[in-house]
Design a protein around this ligand. Sequence first.
Ligand code: IMP
Ligand code: MG
Length: 422
Amino acid sequence: MSNTILVGAQWGDEGKGKIIDVLTENADVVVRTQGGNNAGHTVFIGPQKYVLHLIPSGILRRSKSCVIGSGVVIDPVSLVAEIDGLLKLKVQVAENLFISETAHLVFPYHRELDEQRELLKGEHKIGTTKRGIGPAYGDKAARTGLRMIDLINPARFEAQLKLKIRENNEVLKAFGAKQISFKQVHAAYRVAGDRLKPFVTNTVVFLDKAMRRGADILFEGAQGTFLDIDHGTYPFVTSSNTTAGGACTGSGVPPNRMDRVVGVMKAYTTRVGEGPLLTESAEIADLLHAMGREFGATTGRARRCGWFDSVATRHATMVNGIDELAVTNLDGLDTLEPIKVCIGYRLGQARLDYVPNDVETLLKCQPIYAEFPGWRTPTDRVREWKKLPPKARAYLKAIAELTDAKLTIASVGPARDQTIFL
Ligand code: IMP
Ligand code: MG
């Protein structure tokens, strides 16, 4: 039995979906523990592209069990659409999917509030995915949320939803936003509830039984370290714990049952939405966008791009306890010369080797760069560490060392076989 937590070491979109898919080969159960359909995990199998939002990427491999844990917030209508999309592509979604009874629900008023709050913030907006994630977790923390267990209990659901819609329509009225129809939401959610009911279960008991049988479990993180509600660049974060601890709280599997933490990071940096990105660079953004890369899987937004930031990834090693590193998108740098890596932050006269918590202070920092020679050779067909250009190997070794973690996987493209194990 071995349990692995996989987390994003940057701002999300590190290519976790693909690495999870690769690691799932050796897992029996894959668990999502936080976030909602703000996530977008892209996996290519042959020419077929799959984009997953709520369902663990493990679903793409037959005979693996997939769990959506209590820490996830679920928009049931969108989850049903995701299941239908997979069924259409002949992916099995049946006795292999388990949804936590205690996962909270996302409603249309959460999405509307998400949008209204962003509008009110104007230029100070977070740049959310507008999926209602923040307001849904807000209700959870305020103890006024509805959960899967309520959705599948028609009488209770109707009574609770009535109150929630009444309350939220008052708030939306104050915003001057459109009202939500109880009738429409109730009808749509009841249909979704009936579809999802067979999957809903006590996932804590399920996972405990799986561990007693000796199953290997993979905990699939969504978003990334700097979007963590506690350890990210608040308020430019998402509303869940995207760091390793979230795998425990979001699943009910205790910390002493976890065996290793794998951190996934890109060979450069990207971020979607607002907030600090010290190493942001037009040069690298233009290059990657021209290659057709770095557009969001969920919202289609062009991602902001920058040089690798080792101060940030070292912070990620610290808060996640990263044992092993997977570096993705190495091939994105194939044409660059030279390649810059941020190795410290300059703040006035001081040099910082950590990420300051105050966003305003962080924004005043200037990155200190080291330069690496580019390899200027395509790497996407390389399958062995020894066959990578020596300069690419040197670059990977350097960024892993600066991050203070052990490099175990390098990825040179979206396909399963474009993976180099060290
Ligand atoms: P929210 O999670 O929709 O509230 O968005 C909060 C911030 O997290 C915004 O900057 C989003 O762009 C970012 N975000 C949320 N989910 C993802 C993701 O899966 N990948 C990358 N960024 C994300
Ligand atoms: Mg993504």
